[in-house]
Design a binder for this molecule. Structure first.
Ligand SMILES: *Cc1c(COP(=O)(O)O)cnc(C)c1O
Length: 353
């Protein structure tokens, strides 16, 4: 066997995993929602600060086992930032060069973090250019293009093996509604939704999966039209989620329902959550939670009881100069007033009117 380097690389990732802890499942206290419990799986506490830590680990293991990565292979990825931060961490763990191809307006903090882990950032003007540019770099450098937007749905063991769905259902075991009515997730690659949806079906659980898409993204329309060639001109304004093309890693068949969430609602809900838990989260967490509150409001109206679970995808500290800067929000998202009012009313009534 000549692949001792590959074996050692896999062992290093497995040892890193062994040293890691499961992320917390946080229960929200919302007095106006009688009998409806809302939970957030806090993926911001991974060593690299987002749910993409799980994906990066899976993608590296998948590529190593496939023989796509060897000693010295340059790793290239197309990313809006979070995946690249996590992959830079694993590339450094294995001593591999890493290049992230990302849109120029990605949060500066993320670029700094990629560089902190020894990675390089390669910027393009528009988010639709990242794919071709990544392929070009990979062939020029004889490197490996990880391609999260193709492989995210298949690199993770969806039947279980400590995946995020497995962890959620285990952590819910002692709750009064241990099997959630709904799990809500926003799609970037769609990989997390695919893992959760397949797991639910495979385990024969009653839980339904709702996927929440931001304004500038094709997933919602694709879900209803099945047209794989859909594109949208404007890039998503909610970092980490929403795509300008139908990504191969988005699996519509595992999704029970989708909602379109206005960007202003996402940011207002992100602010609302900060009031509730005293912590800043990223904007996609706001998208997730707005979707949850919509469902909770409907359940409340119908007199239903049960649990709803969603994710804190990443921490807000990355976005202090953007989503947490009122001037930036005004210029880029618009007024949040309508949704701040709506959420205040929700606090009083449990209805998201
Ligand atoms: C990637 C990402 C998501 C979406 O997760 P996927 O598994 O890629 O669909 C949501 N929020 C943030 C901050 C992300 O980086």
């Amino acid at each position: 066997m000549t692949n001792t380097w590959v074996n050692q690389a896999i062992e290093k990732i497995e040892a890193d995993f062994q040293r890691s802890a499961e992320t917390h499942l946080i229960k929200l206290e919302i007095p106006s929602l009688d009998g409806i419990d809302i939970y957030l799986k806090d993926e911001s506490t991974h060593p690299t600060g987002s749910l993409k830590h799980r994906l990066a680990r899976s993608l590296f293991l998948y590529a190593l086992c496939n023989g796509w990565i060897r000693e010295g292979t340059t790793i290239i990825e197309s990313s809006s930032g979070s995946t690249a931060v996590s992959e830079a961490y694993f590339a450094r763990l294995l001593g591999l060069p890493f290049i992230a191809v990302m849109p120029a307006k990605t949060a500066k903090k993320k670029a700094q973090q990629i560089e902190f882990y020894g990675g390089k950032c390669h910027f393009v003007d528009h988010s639709s250019q990242i794919y071709a540019e990544s392929e070009k770099l990979a062939s020029e450098l004889n490197g490996h293009y990880m391609d999260q937007f193709t492989f995210a749905e298949r690199a993770t063991d969806w039947r279980g093996n400590n995946n995020i769905a497995n962890a959620i259902f285990e952590q819910m075991q002692k709750e009064r509604h241990p099997i959630p009515k709904w799990i809500v997730m926003s799609p970037g690659t769609g990989g997390t939704s695919a893992t959760i949806g397949r797991y639910i079906r495979y385990q024969g659980l009653r839980t339904q999966l709702c996927v929440v898409d931001p304004e500038h993204s094709v997933f919602y329309d694709y879900y209803h039209s099945h047209d794989k060639n859909l594109t949208c001109k404007e890039a998503s304004k909610i970092e980490g989620i929403g795509r300008p093309r139908v990504e191969p890693s988005f699996i519509a068949g595992v999704v029970d329902d989708m909602q379109k969430v206005p960007d202003a609602a996402s940011i207002a809900t992100m602010n609302w959550l900060e009031q509730l838990i005293g912590r800043k989260t990223g904007p996609s967490t706001g998208t997730n939670l707005y979707g949850v509150l919509k469902i909770a409001s409907q359940m409340h109206k119908d007199g239903e009881k049960g649990a709803i679970v969603t994710l804190i995808c990443d921490p807000g500290e990355r976005y202090l100069d953007t989503y947490y800067n009122p001037q930036w929000v005004d210029d880029n998202i618009g007024s949040l007033e309508q949704y701040h009012k709506q959420l205040e009313q929700f606090n009083q009534t449990g209805h998201l009117a």
